[in-house]
Design a protein around this ligand. Structure first.
Ligand code: PLP
Length: 432
């Protein structure tokens, strides 16, 4: 019954000759789970097909963007209609203000938004802006949080960096990260100390309000409130990196769910509905420092690209008009997560889980997982075996213990039951 892999292998061999590791983003190489990467040729709804004709229930959803599933008709039609009129002009088009209005409507603290082409650009630009606004140098980030691959942010950066077991990145001089303070997540004391030591020198605190990039790790009760209070007291800016959580946990992201107003919000993933879009936004008083109004330079040839704006608008307007989708996702993800956790428990495999809405991780550890130190205790070999067994059974999970899985509006009860049945088999194999 072994899954056919010949075509995917052939494609990977060819790509390896041409592209480093055969991939254009490292986690796609499946290095940490001990098997060959898949080549995907088609997606529809919650399912994807690889080059060997295998079908999978997909829990990656392009790493977050595809909350409406693959090839959602509303998105595809919008992109085709936009493409017919031309793919890029390097000049303003009406679609940009349409999407801006929709994005701003989701976030009470936001009066203006600037579109870029990736989450990396969004966080990099938001930090530049925060430093310009506060006229301070230091930034605080948290261990295990990933904010894209800009130099100053590749410090204890979770995600693919954690998967590869490297602390930062070669090619980033120490001098470029000397103003980056990396603190443990969910630790108010550590933040208080940093603000004492660097009083009035910290420009901003950037955080994934629900972390997705060390696996899913929610904030402890009161933690986000403490971040808000401490930054406000010192007049540092609080940046919520909602690249993953924006439009995922609620239409207004984690800040709606937890009732916190940050100073700046960064977005990506869902905001582009599967096309490359990132964004950062906040009050006009801060945003108007950006060129051409102010001295903070930030630009992009393909920023606000008409196809990307169309995909984003189609996705976000669907979510705005179907807000019950979040309750539906929450329920179905709850069934999936609990079902797999119960299967692990029955087989005597130590697995704990974190979930917020449709974002979740099964950690191969006794747990609880509350920060990077506890996440790093996971048995990544056992996760690798589980991952491979699930793949054999037609379930496509993120190929790393330190990446959150996602469920979307296209997932069905049947998908979830298939997933739980696959997990029962996977854990039985592990126990045998
Ligand atoms: C994915 C991600 C990024 C980086 O976005 P890219 O589009 O991959 O550059 C930044 N922050 C968070 C929280 C992310 O999940």
């Amino acid at each position: 019954m072994a899954r056919k892999t010949e075509q995917s292998r052939k494609l990977q061999k060819r790509a390896e000759q041409l592209i480093p590791g055969g991939v254009n983003s490292p986690v796609r190489a499946f290095r940490s789970v001990g098997c060959d990467p898949l080549y995907i040729v088609r997606g529809q709804g919650s399912h994807i097909w690889d080059a060997d004709g295998n079908e999978y229930v997909d829990y990656i959803g392009s790493w977050g963007p595809l909350i409406l599933g693959h090839a959602a008709p509303t998105v595809i039609e919008a992109v085709i209609a936009a493409a017919r009129k031309g793919t890029s002009f390097g000049a303003s088009t009406p679609a940009e203000a349409d999407l801006a209005e929709l994005v701003i409507s989701a976030f009470p603290h936001m009066q203006k938004v600037r579109f870029v082409s990736s989450g990396t650009e969004a966080t990099m630009s938001a930090i530049r802006l925060a430093r310009a606004y506060t006229k301070r140098k230091y930034i605080v980030k948290f261990e295990g949080c990933y904010h894209g691959h800009a130099d100053a942010l590749l410090v204890k950066a979770g995600s693919g960096v954690a998967t590869l077991g490297i602390p930062g990145s070669a090619g980033v001089p120490e001098e470029f990260t000397q103003f980056t303070l990396a603190l443990p997540f969910n630790d108010v004391g550590a933040l208080e100390q940093a603000f004492e030591k660097f009083k009035h020198q910290i420009a901003c605190v950037i955080v994934e309000p629900v972390v997705g990039n060390m696996g899913c790790v929610p904030p402890a009760r009161g933690y986000l409130e403490a971040l808000r209070a401490i930054t406000q007291r010192d007049r540092a800016l609080l940046i919520f990196d909602e690249v993953m959580t924006g439009f995922r946990l609620a239409f207004g992201g984690a800040q709606e769910l937890y009732g916190i107003k940050p100073d700046l919000t960064t977005m990506g993933k869902i905001i582009g509905g599967g096309l490359p879009v990132g964004a950062y936004g906040g009050p006009s008083e801060i945003m108007d420092l950006i060129a051409p109004l102010g001295p903070v330079y930030q630009a992009g040839t393909l920023s606000g690209n008409p196809l990307a704006m169309a995909a984003g608008y189609a996705t976000l307007s669907y979510l705005r008009d179907h807000k019950d989708v979040y309750a539906i996702l929450d329920r179905l993800a709850g069934v999936a997560v609990a079902g797999v956790a119960a299967a692990a428990h029955d087989a005597g495999v130590p697995v704990c889980h974190n979930r917020v809405g449709s974002m979740f991780t099964w950690f191969f550890a006794a747990g609880p997982v509350t920060d990077w130190t506890s996440a790093a205790k996971c048995d990544t070999e056992a996760f690798g075996r589980f991952f491979r067994a699930m793949l054999e059974n037609g379930i496509y999970l993120p190929p790393s213990q330190f990446e959150a899985a996602f469920l979307g509006a296209a997932h069905t009860e049947k998908d979830v039951q298939q997933t739980i049945a696959a997990a029962k088999q996977a854990f039985a194999m592990a126990a045998a």
